[in-house]
Write a protein that binds this ligand. Structure first.
Ligand code: ATP
Length: 260
């Protein structure tokens, strides 16, 4: 596998894809822990030079293994909520507990380590590396060990690409359609079977059939393995399948619906 030069993308991707352990000699182990419960209290996010918070959430409790939909108009704070839940953004006020861990109390390094253990993230903009192949992109969470990944992990990555319907052997993801790129991002988030999977508009670039297939994969993975899935979506075919849905507007929780 060719090794790309460190460039602008790597600075951003390294903490997100958990490359902070790249100095270690062994590949990171699969994220085999149980899904922790989530509890949020008095959460508020306000960016510098803004008069009021862009997101407030007084309280939220989510049991392990929950499939939670997050809906709302553009700009209502959905992506910001996902970033807060992973420690990629720090709140201005409030606490975010995953199990016994208060994410807001962790140092950057401890937060990276926590994320490495628990989280898979499907980004709205995918954050793939254009010059690498689909397989190489799926293997990115293995960090620079990706250049020397065990055959079993490469096989697993190829099977995930097969599951989402993208050929593993295409030369670079830059040559893929947006829908294919989105599916590579989905496969990458599943590589280490994360106890917590956060998905930001995971079907936005997919046609109906591909969207249904990918939603099936995400929902089945959560149900069969008792994984927590928090899924932001404008797609009603996705949101309508979520047993519990938070509806945001202008940074506030407007309604919460739970299937009987
Ligand atoms: N770094 C930032 N600095 C200042 N404002 C920001 C920043 N990031 C997001 N915002 C603002 O916060 C608000 C919520 O943004 P966010 O991306 O969370 O919304 P969203 O509901 O996910 O929108 P979309 O559905 O369009 O993705 C928006 O008004 C956005 O402009």
């Amino acid at each position: 596998m060719k090794k790309p030069a460190l460039s602008a993308w790597s600075v951003w991707l390294m903490p997100i894809l958990n490359w902070s352990d790249m100095a270690h000699s062994n590949p990171p182990s699969p994220k085999t822990g149980a899904s922790p419960a989530l509890e949020i209290n008095q959460l508020s996010l306000r960016f510098a030079r803004q008069a009021s918070p862009i997101l407030t959430l007084p309280f939220l409790a989510v049991e392990p293994g929950t499939i939670l939909g997050v809906a709302g108009p553009s700009g209502s704070g959905k992506s910001s909520l996902l970033y807060l839940l992973t420690g990629l953004l720090r709140p201005s006020k409030g606490s975010i507990h995953w199990g016994a861990t208060d994410l807001t109390a962790l140092s950057e390094g401890a937060c990276d380590a926590w994320r490495r253990k628990y989280v898979g993230f499907i980004f709205q903009d995918f954050h793939l590396i254009g010059e690498l192949s689909p397989l190489e992109n799926v293997l990115l969470p293995a960090g620079f060990h990706g250049w020397h990944t065990p055959a079993s992990l490469r096989k697993h990555a190829a099977s995930l690409l097969d599951l989402v319907g993208v050929p593993a052997n295409r030369r670079s993801v830059a040559d893929l359609s947006r829908g294919e790129q989105q599916r590579v991002a989905i496969a990458r988030a599943l590589l280490f079977d994360p106890p917590i999977l956060l998905a930001d508009e995971p079907t936005a670039s997919l046609d109906n059939a591909a969207a249904e297939n990918c939603a099936d994969i995400l929902f089945a993975n959560a149900r069969e393995n008792n994984r927590t899935l928090i899924i932001v979506s404008h797609d009603h075919t996705v949101i309508d399948r979520c047993p519990r849905v938070l509806q945001f507007d202008k940074g506030h929780l407007l309604t919460e619906n739970e299937a009987a």
